[in-house]
Design a binder for this molecule. Sequence first.
Ligand SMILES: CC(=O)SCCNC(=O)CCNC(=O)[C@H](O)C(C)(C)COP(=O)(O)OP(=O)(O)OC[C@H]1O[C@@H](n2cnc3c(N)ncnc32)[C@H](O)[C@@H]1OP(=O)(O)O
Length: 411
Amino acid sequence: MRHHAGVTDHDVRVLDDSEYRTAHSLFRGTLHHPPAPDDQWEFVRESYEPGRAFGAFADGEMIGTVQSFPSRLAVPGGAVVRHSAVSRVGVRADWTRRGVLSALQRAQLRAMRSAGDVAATLRASETAIYGRYGYGVATRYRFLTIDRRKAGPLARPVGRVRLVEAEAGERIAWGLFEELSPGRAGTIARWPAWWGLNFTRVVAEQNIKFAVRSGGTGGSGDDGYVVFKVVPGEHDSSEDKPTRLAVLDLWARNAEAWADLWLFLLGVDLVAEVTTFGRPLDEPVEWLLGDRRACRVAEEADETWLRLLDVPAALSARTYRASEPVVLGVRDAYLPENAGSYRLTAEGVTKVDDEPELILDVDVLGSTYLGDVSFSTLAAVRRLDVVNPDALARADALFAVSEVPWSGTFF
Ligand SMILES: CC(=O)SCCNC(=O)CCNC(=O)[C@H](O)C(C)(C)COP(=O)(O)OP(=O)(O)OC[C@H]1O[C@@H](n2cnc3c(N)ncnc32)[C@H](O)[C@@H]1OP(=O)(O)O
């Protein structure tokens, strides 16, 4: 493939399983990590799926790679669509800014759509990279830091939270997760190798713990779990580091189980600080505490970058609120079959020849799709062309959701 006014020549093709380790080492190199040692590779190998890894080659050497995991994504209204979780994107430092990633993206987007995936998502290392390929920020998450000794929760537990040894804990967590996700819009299915890589592999080394909740008013079965680790503090050095409990993964079937899990976490002795990995924006942790100021949002950040691969299928999969119709005009440079006018009503979606009222690139449509940001907001920052200003309120009303979207799975 010739790119960027002929600066470079490279070919892109699907990798076979003899090439996965080279691709993985190349990717890790672009993040400035050494290749995975053998024990880690055993877990990583499992996560490469046939037909899903691509390499870019120049002079017979691999210079760039992308790959994806097979998954499913929940959309507003409760439907679940086929989805690829894209990761391990990297181009060797001596080949960057010559169009190598663009060529890889072109091949990967085409392949995912041809395979029948409706959407792809990823976590971006930098925000400047993926908009051009049609990915838009579609969910956000927040990282909490709680001063445990100040928190003083007022509620009392209803059920029972028990610590479970790692093997059984992981099995129970996995089972509950499969029941609960995809559920909320933005949540995804985890592929089997996700568990091995994220937990099994590091359980002993990182002293990872599993706690399971049961026995609430809903019955005696397990209905929530939390995966966490406690990092002991250091008090003998010049810097005083508090003992910290880090919440890695927390899912519950209902609010009662959720609150019991948090009450358990806030009651672990000798812990000064409870921190979380990215949690949903609407998780009411502050409201559980006697002193809401004990809970600080350490960071709020972009979580899911969403790429609609099959726009008509994606628009038809989600539901819409009652409102007057709107005609959206979609532009898509990489998958031009998505381009055109779509008439949306509360009952459904049709591709039409009508003049669009709002014109937007597919990455902007991706940002609105799960309901995290409104058309009006994106119009205010000039991310879409407003042909008919009245259409903004109609589009906002149609796409409105009652629960903030969130993924909750890092990859
Ligand atoms: C889902 C994940 O895996 S996230 C991890 C992504 N990987 C990394 O961050 C590892 C380090 N970075 C890299 O490996 C590379 O820089 C990549 C993969 C991000 C980009 O690869 P490249 O081959 O340089 O991208 P390519 O040349 O195709 O760029 C296409 C366009 O995007 C722009 N672009 C690409 N990466 C960046 C960036 N990091 N910052 C700003 N602009 C960028 C280029 O300037 C170019 O713009 P132009 O068309 O206007 O000239």
